[in-house]
Design a protein around this ligand. Structure first.
Ligand SMILES: Nc1ncnc2c1ncn2[C@@H]1O[C@H](COP(=O)(O)OP(=O)(O)OP(=O)(O)O)[C@@H](O)[C@H]1O
Ligand SMILES: [Mg+2]
Length: 266
């Protein structure tokens, strides 16, 4: 087991997390009957990419579920479709067939506008390559989702609270001394921590993390896993984490392996 893996320890499941922003998601159809405690679920997903006339099948009859208060890992070889599945779960893309549910409500068939709103309000996402905006500081990157979500007047009205929260989050991830640095002036681990703070600013119910330690040295990756672990244990944050490291996955509450376009238990 790698040193990194020891940072996510087996733990018991937790109760319902408390969430600051619980903005009602407009139901598009009657509640499905989700399994108890399942927060995010994909049922029989199929997804192919199309390049010119060529079809690249990636997922077929792929199902997945993440339970409230748990860290769920998705593992698989490079090219197996982990990022594809995470993007579908995060409504950044839509499946060709199958269904995705969040808290019992179907989300894969929302309009683009509804999906954007849903994503802003309910999900936090972090990416392997951070995806911070290069022109603005760490602090401004963290504030950005609130500027988008609240709109001009909403942001203006609540800016003191938003700024306080952004500073608190940057402090929580240990970046209080780097608030006004641009991404190019931050290390990889610092960029990932800024990205985590940005993902948390809107108090999401679930964090989707794509290889959050994939680009970092072992020591820095360990700190990121510590942070995710702390957010799960102390804030009850539900996390779905893509990793290529099966030993990290083995330490999560549950894990699925993605291979041949479908998921199986390890
Ligand atoms: N936009 C696209 N157009 C065509 N093919 C794509 C596109 N995006 C991904 N693919 C293909 O889909 C497959 C799955 O890609 P995906 O990025 O989901 O894999 P992954 O498991 O996340 O890999 P890695 O571990 O390397 O990040 C790959 O074979 C990839 O080449
Ligand atoms: Mg990937």
């Amino acid at each position: 087991m790698s040193e990194l893996a020891t940072q996510i320890r087996p733990r018991r499941r937790q109760g319902e997390p408390a969430h600051a922003a619980d903005i009602a998601l407009q139901p598009t159809e009657p509640l499905a009957a989700p399994s108890a405690d399942v927060l995010l679920e994909a049922r029989n997903i199929t997804k192919s990419y199309r390049r010119n006339r060529l079809e690249v099948p990636v997922l077929r009859d792929c199902s997945f579920s993440a339970r409230t208060g748990e860290i769920t890992a998705i593992v698989g070889q490079s090219g197996s479709g982990k990022s594809t599945l995470l993007h579908l779960l995060g409504t950044l893309d839509i499946p060709d067939s199958g269904e995705i549910y969040f808290d019992g409500r179907r989300i894969d068939n929302l309009s683009r506008r509804q999906r954007d709103r849903f994503r802003n309000q309910k999900l936090g996402m972090i990416f392997q390559f951070y995806h911070l905006l290069p022109e603005i500081t760490a602090y401004q990157n963290v504030l950005l989702p609130m500027m988008i979500q609240a709109g001009f007047w909403g942001y203006l009205k609540n800016r003191t609270a938003f700024r306080q929260r952004a500073q608190q989050l940057l402090q929580r991830v240990g970046l209080e001394h780097r608030l006004h640095h641009r991404p190019s002036e931050l290390s990889g681990g610092e960029m990932q921590r800024a990205a985590i703070a940005r993902a948390l600013i809107a108090s999401p119910q679930i964090l989707l993390a794509d290889e959050p330690t994939g680009n970092l040295d072992q020591q820095t990756g360990k700190r990121i896993l510590d942070l995710l672990n702390d957010l799960n244990e102390n804030d009850g944050l539900t996390i779905v984490m893509v990793t290529h490291d099966e030993s990290i996955a083995a330490q999560c509450h549950s894990a699925v392996v993605l291979s041949n376009g479908t998921t199986r238990r390890p």
